[in-house]
Ligand binder design. Structure first.
Ligand SMILES: *[C@@H]1O[C@H](CO)[C@@H](O)[C@H](O)[C@H]1NC(C)=O
Ligand SMILES: *[C@@H]1O[C@H](CO)[C@@H](O)[C@H](O)[C@H]1NC(C)=O
Ligand SMILES: *[C@H]1O[C@@H](CO)[C@H](O)[C@@H](O)[C@@H]1NC(C)=O
Length: 587
């Protein structure tokens, strides 16, 4: 609308200057017609998310120090109280009984002491033996250089379950760079864990030399004086700065129960460890599963090539994540930040930027090789009206609309069955075979395949000019003999998600390490106006995309199942639920 106004106004001005000539008037009509075809602004409030975490307005990034205390869940977040772009960062603070309905409190940490005067950056919470939480966070203490130190803060009143006030003791900063550590690349302390003799350990992310990512170990007896261990817990060449490291134990294969970060490791051979780093170079979160040698204070990934294999929590828009152990339900929960995919100018006009992905329960897959992730069960309390389809066969080139409910804000679970995998395409280009994102870029949702692409078109317009495709594609592995396992690719393709220009709309994709020889695979997608957050094969592969439809929003958003392969695909069962809006920080 604003665009149209500006163009017409410019032409009217020209008209006045030129005199009302016939030619100019004709041009004006043409310009007006062209402008009317420009889609509506992405500032529309119908594109603001309904049930994903965000403050009432302004910019957010990393989730910080998630914790549970006296019946309340707390989430802190990097927050700009003054606008919808990064800057003026403080620790926003919200509390919840159920991780779904949120109440915003005043910021918990703001620059106020010499060691955080120029920044209160990311950090983590650790529960002391007496049950009191402590927050460790990075402060910037110089105006000219981005010099990073680590500080601690404690609750002023431990009787207050909302932990409204935080105190920074005078012995801050408690960790300063030194001994060859790059002071401008030294941040994001982890939750501390207890080692032998009750001593504390924690990690700080850094980079050594130009590109070796490093997680340094610090030790303390009293949580006050910290010294760096001679060798880092782990490091890897060519990975760049390791932001927001996270390190935690998981129960061996298949047990969903979470473990406290300080779980005693001795005598528990069935405990594995996960090390996650947010790679500043790539802006995604990568993890490995491995063993923690407490004596040597070293972490060794099970897969020797793990640091290059690039397992990701999420193959889409998901960064700076952090887990915490929830003692109330004995599970480990993952929070991660998803930024916007529009322009900064759009964000300023909207007045907000950034959301947190739906909190996910994480546990180790029975294979022991990767994690599984699933939206916390509390999300299901938001489910409203639903529609179920059963046993519907989608023929090649066909699609099926799911009608009878609004789907701009919805939760969809589908079980697919492919009767025959015989027609699967051969995956013979080695450059694509090892790179899911490139493979999906080359064989997107619109490229006909053998088995697949099949899946969902979400946030689709009635004419389907706009649609975001979330889908699978099955390939026959090329090299290793005819009996090798079929390769399953999962993609989120937003290249047709909006008629609006200037959006960042990359195809995101990951391989799904699942045995599809019985033809079965499932998909769950949480749709939330400008978020499409998908979980393939029970949470083996997850992809979050941000999209801003110009037609397919509000009541106009439609949902379809599609099959653009050459083989039949059966929807054994599909249930879609409308999702209610929870209390969200007063918005
Ligand atoms: C501490 O918090 C409790 C519970 O909210 C409150 O009743 C008490 O007045 C607080 N004490 C102080 C000193 O603020
Ligand atoms: C520290 O890191 C920055 C950013 O990567 C780099 O420019 C600088 O050269 C590094 N300093 C040292 C002493 O390695
Ligand atoms: C999110 O925004 C896109 C588009 O601007 C950038 O390309 C990403 O790098 C960015 N992601 C993060 C984690 O900052």
């Amino acid at each position: 609308m604003r665009g149209l106004g500006r163009v017409v106004w410019a032409w009217l001005l020209l008209l006045q200057l030129a005199g009302a000539s016939h030619v100019v008037y004709e041009n004006l009509l043409e310009v007006e017609a062209a402008a009317a075809a420009v889609p509506p602004s992405i500032v529309d409030p119908l594109l603001r998310t309904g049930y994903h975490f965000q403050p009432r307005k302004n910019w957010i990034n990393d989730p910080n120090a998630p914790l549970y205390y006296k019946g309340w869940y707390h989430i802190f977040y990097q927050y700009n109280p003054k606008g919808a772009v990064w800057g003026n960062i403080v620790w926003g603070h919200s509390v919840s009984r159920d991780l779904i309905n949120w109440v915003a409190l005043k910021p918990a940490l703001e620059p106020s002491i010499p060691s955080d005067r120029y920044g209160c950056w990311s950090g983590s919470a650790t529960t002391m033996p007496d049950g009191t939480p402590a927050i460790m966070y990075t402060g910037v203490n110089r105006p000219d250089v981005d010099y990073q130190v680590q500080n601690v803060a404690y609750p002023r009143n431990t009787s207050d379950p909302l932990l409204r006030e935080w105190v920074k003791p005078s012995h801050n900063p408690i960790i300063v760079p030194g001994g060859g550590v790059n002071a401008t690349q030294f941040r994001d302390p982890t939750t501390a864990w207890r080692a032998a003799g009750g001593h504390w350990r924690l990690l700080i992310g850094s980079v050594s030399g130009s590109a070796r990512g490093v997680a340094y170990v610090y030790r303390s007896r009293d949580f006050r004086r910290w010294t760096r261990a001679r060798r880092p817990l782990h490091s890897a060449a060519a990975t760049g700065m390791w932001e927001c490291p996270d390190f935690y134990p998981v129960e061996a294969a298949g047990r969903r129960e979470g473990l406290d970060t300080s779980v005693p490791g001795g005598g528990r051979p069935r405990v594995k460890y996960v090390l996650k780093n947010s790679l500043d170079l790539r802006r995604y979160d990568y993890y490995t599963v491995g063993a923690y040698d407490r004596r040597a204070e070293r972490y060794v990934p099970d897969d020797p090539a793990g640091d290059e294999r690039h397992l990701r929590y999420d193959y889409g828009n998901f960064y700076a994540s952090k887990t915490f152990y929830d003692p109330a339900k004995r599970r480990r929960i993952l929070w991660g930040w998803a930024n916007e995919s529009d322009t900064s100018a759009d964000d300023v006009a909207k007045g907000w930027a950034g959301i947190q992905a739906i909190p996910r329960t994480v546990w180790l897959d029975p294979s022991g090789k990767q994690l599984l992730q699933w939206p916390i069960e509390e999300v299901e309390a938001l489910r409203g009206r639903s529609v179920t389809l059963k046993g519907r066969v989608i023929k090649p080139g066909q699609h099926l609309e799911v009608t009878g409910l609004q789907t701009a804000q919805a939760d969809v679970e589908v079980s697919f069955e492919v009767p025959s995998l015989a027609g699967a395409e051969r995956l013979d280009d080695p450059a694509l075979a090892g790179d899911a994102q490139r493979l999906c870029g080359a064989r997107g949702a619109a490229v006909e395949g053998g088995v697949g692409p099949f899946g969902l078109w979400v946030l689709a317009s009635a004419d389907r000019r706009e649609r975001t495709a979330v889908f699978f594609r099955v390939f026959r592995a090329a090299a290793a003999g005819s009996d090798s396992k079929p390769v399953v690719l999962m993609c989120s393709d937003p290249t047709k998600s909006s008629l609006n220009p200037n959006l960042y709309q990359p195809t995101f994709a990951g391989f799904v390490d699942t045995d599809i020889s019985n033809g079965k695979i499932s998909l769950r997608t949480l749709i939330d106006r400008s978020v499409v957050e998908s979980f393939g094969a029970g949470g083996k592969t997850c992809i979050l995309s941000r999209v801003y439809p110009s037609l397919a929003f509000g009541k106009n958003a439609r949902l379809y199942v599609f099959n653009s392969g050459k083989a039949d695909v059966k929807v054994s069962r599909l249930t879609a639920w409308e999702m209610r809006k929870p209390r969200m920080n007063g918005a």
